[in-house]
Write a protein of this length. Structure first.
Length: 154
């Protein structure tokens, strides 16, 4: 086979320099909130986590600084309409159990367009939660545990 015209001839070494980094999983973010509840808001006190309610599992239960019961739904990525509706179902289920006012907080790095309006309509709140910051908190916690271990061996 012969070519009449060659318009481009390339010889190159291809290299993928992109890196994958997962700062924190949803479970890691949950652990970070339990270690440092102020990530959600000042005065927040976690009571429990991963509690089963009829629609699924609530990530974190707690009490806010005013003594109101709080349900926190954590998302690792941008939270959208489905996350808001999921949180609304959890809040309603928990209200039926505790028989008092329950606040719902959606914690994620960011929310999708139009989701803030839906949250307001449903009486829910959004709080930004940075996976990188959560990973740092977990890392500091692990480092402290290791230092405590070696300190206790002296």
């Amino acid at each position: 086979m012969y070519f009449n015209n060659i318009y481009l001839l390339l010889a190159m070494k291809l290299q993928d320099t992109g890196g994958f980094s997962l700062h924190a999983s949803e479970e890691d973010m949950q652990k970070a909130v339990l270690l440092k509840p102020s990530l959600i808001e000042e005065g927040f006190k976690p009571i429990s986590y991963e509690k089963k309610v009829e629609p699924g599992f609530v990530d974190v239960y707690g009490i806010d600084k005013e003594g109101k019961f709080v349900v926190v739904e954590i998302k690792r990525k941008i939270a959208g309409r489905n996350a808001a509706l999921q949180l609304s179902k959890y809040v309603k289920a928990v209200q039926g159990i505790v028989n008092r006012e329950v606040r719902g907080i959606l914690a994620a790095p960011n929310i999708a367009k139009g989701t803030q309006r839906l949250l307001v309509t449903l009486g829910l709140t959004f709080k930004p939660l940075d996976p990188r910051k959560c990973a740092e908190i977990l890392q500091k916690s692990q480092t402290r545990k290791l230092a405590d271990f070696f300190e206790s061996k002296k």
